[in-house]
Design a protein around this ligand. Structure first.
Ligand SMILES: [Zn+2]
Length: 151
């Protein structure tokens, strides 16, 4: 946020969406509404490489906060193959899941329940995912800018 405000003040970026929480930062002489989405005036190549770390926030964004099984609002993370049955903590084995499905699924395999995944989970690609991995509370306003979920 601090960096975004500095970019705005220096004229290197413009606001696309304000922050719905309406936060305002003040300096000695002026005040500025905190942005949620900004557009840089010039293209900046982000030199990140390698795999995107798996985080709760990143996973929720990849799955658009939708339960992988019923499509409802997801609040939890489910290991498709349960950890107790050798499932890995990876992008390919983790999905967003609603509390109800997570409770019903417990430590069972999909084949035992007759359930299917709505989308086959995979690691997201692209530099913005690396940035998002460190974000605890992602703004839903960002979703349209994240591209299609990896198939
Ligand atoms: Zn569900």
């Amino acid at each position: 946020m601090r960096r975004a405000v500095v970019l705005l003040v220096c004229g290197k970026a413009e606001v696309v969406h304000g922050d719905p929480t309406g936060m305002v930062v003040h300096s000695a002489t002026s005040s500025l509404e905190v942005p949620s989405v900004i557009r840089l005036a010039t293209y900046v190549r982000v030199p990140y490489r390698g795999r995107v770390p798996l985080t709760r926030a990143g996973l929720m964004l990849r799955d658009r906060y939708r339960c992988a099984y019923c499509g409802g609002r997801a609040e939890t993370i489910d290991h498709v193959v349960p950890r107790s049955r050798g499932g890995q903590h990876t992008w390919q084995n983790c999905v967003a899941c609603c509390a109800k499905c997570n409770h019903r699924k417990a430590d069972k395999l999909l084949s035992e329940l007759g359930w299917r995944l709505r989308v086959v989970p995979s690691a997201p690609r692209g530099p913005h995912w690396r940035l998002l991995a460190g974000v605890v509370d992602a703004d839903p306003l960002w979703l349209p800018y994240l591209g299609e979920p990896a198939a």
